[in-house]
Design a protein around this ligand. Structure first.
Ligand code: SF4
Length: 352
């Protein structure tokens, strides 16, 4: 979510609330097959985004108010054109951020690429036995730690991203210490969501309300404990707080339409590995797609604003109404509910 990168940027001396992000998933190829992978990435994938199409779209989107790219995947360091992509995006004014499993950072190529990276987030699932289990590979923790050493040697600002599971929440105190002692600027705690491979491998690990409360309390303990060392970002909100401050998560609530550009309304758009451009988040209903980078037109954003923004505003509004009606859930993963609502609106035939 946009506020994550804002917190991260603030922690490394960048002004907050200035980023409008394009999340790029250039490939589903990965050196791992993590149990919780929301994109079901794996070593066997070979399709990648076409660099020329990507460059054209990025130039167009920059002129329309987007100014930050966040490259993930799959594992971004397996994207053959990553160096050229980052060189290009920086040359036209984008801030470059990456999310990586941190295992492929020791090569000379990786170090060259890191030269064009402003911020990098590394996934850590817990202490070594748990990390290796979730990453589905013995030795993954040790290789990730070697990657952190590379980042420290290069003095590259980095954060830690952790997926909260019923098995991992008891390691939160360890995780805070791990992040702080390694010099991370950000610790992002994101609850497990039932998408991709998690649907096959972790269905018994769904987070119930009782567990969400425990994570929420521990997460806030870490916020306070490390407030002078790093930003701890918890991707769960208390329902009452969210209802009182919907502008935290909704560009529609925040926007005064200053520039009349799409980036005023949507903090984030996503380019999937197929080239499809989605609003809001990975997993959002493709019915609301902005187009595809292989054939987008120079009026793509204007067409999308006219045709789909009213529907998406309704999805935001409906999500808030559902949260207000929740009798039993106090702790809310806003992003997950929003994606759910984008699909639900079609299932129940809501007039949108
Ligand atoms: S979670 Fe990340 S590192 Fe793991 S398989 Fe998916 S893309 Fe690869």
């Amino acid at each position: 979510m946009q506020k994550d990168i804002n917190s991260f940027c603030e922690s490394v001396g960048q002004p907050p609330d200035r980023f409008r992000t394009i999340q790029i998933h250039p490939t589903k190829k990965c050196n791992l097959t993590c149990l919780h992978c929301y994109s079901s990435s794996a070593p066997g994938y070979h399709d990648v985004l076409d660099l020329a199409n990507l460059k054209s779209f990025l130039a167009y989107a920059f002129d329309n108010g987007f100014n930050n790219i966040s490259v993930s995947g799959g594992e971004p360091f397996l994207y053959k054109d990553l160096e050229e992509l980052l060189q290009f995006s920086r040359s036209i004014g984008y801030q470059n951020t990456l999310a990586s499993n941190g295992m492929l950072l020791r090569s000379e190529r990786a170090k060259r690429i890191l030269d064009f990276v402003d911020l990098i987030a590394i996934s850590v699932d817990g202490p070594q036995p748990l990390h290796d289990k979730i990453r589905n590979q013995a030795g993954a923790f040790d290789k990730m730690c070697q990657g952190l050493e590379v980042l420290k040697d290069l003095d590259k600002p980095f954060g830690i991203i952790h997926t909260l599971t019923p098995e991992s929440w008891t390691s939160l105190i360890w995780l805070g210490e791990f992040a702080a002692s390694n010099g991370a600027k950000l610790l992002q705690l994101h609850p497990l969501e039932m998408y991709g491979r998690a649907l096959d491998t972790l269905t018994s690990e769904a987070i119930d309300d009782d567990l969400a409360h425990k994570m929420f309390i521990l997460g806030h303990y870490l916020v306070s404990k490390y407030s002078d060392q790093l930003v701890v970002q918890l991707d769960m909100l208390h329902r009452d707080y969210l209802l009182a401050h919907p502008q935290i998560v909704s560009g529609f609530e925040r926007s005064c339409g200053q520039s009349g550009k799409l980036a005023d309304l949507l903090d984030t758009i996503v380019i999937e590995e197929s080239g499809t451009i989605l609003p809001v988040s990975y997993g959002f209903n493709p019915r609301y797609s902005i187009g595809n980078i292989s054939n987008f037109s120079m009026s793509a954003f204007e067409d999308f604003e006219r045709q789909s923004i009213p529907d998406i505003k309704d999805i935001f509004k409906n999500t808030l109404s559902r949260i207000a009606e929740y009798g039993t859930r106090d702790i809310v993963n806003w992003n997950e509910l929003l994606i759910e609502e984008s699909h639900r609106s079609m299932e129940v035939g809501i007039e949108i």
